[in-house]
Design a protein around this ligand. Sequence first.
Ligand code: PLP
Length: 400
Amino acid sequence: MSLISASLSRVKPSPTIAISSKAKELAADGHDIIALSAGEPDFDTPENIRDAAIKAIHEGKTRYTAPDGIPELKQAICDKFLRENHLTYTPSQVSVSSGGKQILYNALMATLDAGDEVVIPAPYWVSYPDMVLLAGGTPVIVECPIEAGFKLTADALENAITPKTKWLIFNSPSNPTGAGYSRDELKALTDVLMRHPQVHIMTDDMYEHLSYDGFTFCTPAEVEPGLYDRTLTCNGVSKAYAMTGWRIGYAAGPEPLISAMRKVQSQSTSCPCSVSQWAAVEALNGSQDYIHDSLSIFQKRRDMVVEQLNSCEGITCPTPDGAFYVYPSIAGCLGKTSSGGKIITDDESFATALLEETGVAVVFGAAFGLSPNFRVSYAEADEVLLDACTRIKAFCEKLS
Ligand code: PLP
């Protein structure tokens, strides 16, 4: 009898974490590595948030809390949803977890039975399909090609839905492409869902605050109030407030679902970190200046990286609406050989050769379900990004 469960054997470890770890190991061995593989802001958590955490520690707010969050944070989340998304939720409709990842995981664990299908547009955030598998469901991947702006169309969604579909996982602006859905594009999707009452929507709004060129973020329950009772609106403080290590994510949705998610959490992690919850209260209620300041920095970096990558032979890089990623195509590099003698057969061999021969770590597109591409995270200092782009350009020039 195998010690490792059958359900776990269907799951692969997070490739983004694996590549970032490999880059760290190579750097520790003395190699000159630039890692553009991790999805986290390179800024410190704003001071007012750090101070709130220190204050919480001094005040002894260091014990277990209610399983899915302290009342102060739940209220701050309700206020945020009303203020920024025009959505009315009460604290009993809110769940707080150890990161956005755990919110999504709890929701899938709480709802999926064997045979239940979850529609996932590709390219997708690496964890969606594997979390569905861990929860015993079946991921249904819908490819959204570069020509469609990496976005799900109403027809593609309609074709993917079956009587067994329980969820659509929706992410805008997207990791890994940065593609954002306009209100009209989103309405076309919610119109489809209105015709299929068995389907719920899990919207991952983690990059809500990171959008550029006047792109206006909108979320499904706001666009189609008829879906309010079928929507779990997920968000978190990790990306918006440079708080990836604090591990706080949250969601709001129908009470029976929130209560089922509470049960999962109470029997797994008990509650999110008490100190981080107080920090998150300050993030949501306090000054929002950081968001504004970081956005203009990210936008400049995006513009620079898009321009640089488009000047590389064989690479085409669309301009994303949001997040801090670009997802260029390497179609023009396929079949060529690198100066180190590696044949570029796919995006994985491209990324491997790039790391070995130039020290630049990126994540290959197959990890996100759409090839031949790679993901660059531009949440890095300008000079680091420029150095990385120069190395990528030299790598492409030497392909023969
Ligand atoms: N959703 C998306 C689309 C992400 O990119 C990430 C993190 O990379 C998460 C969720 C998880 O966020 P957290 O760090 O809060 O768990």
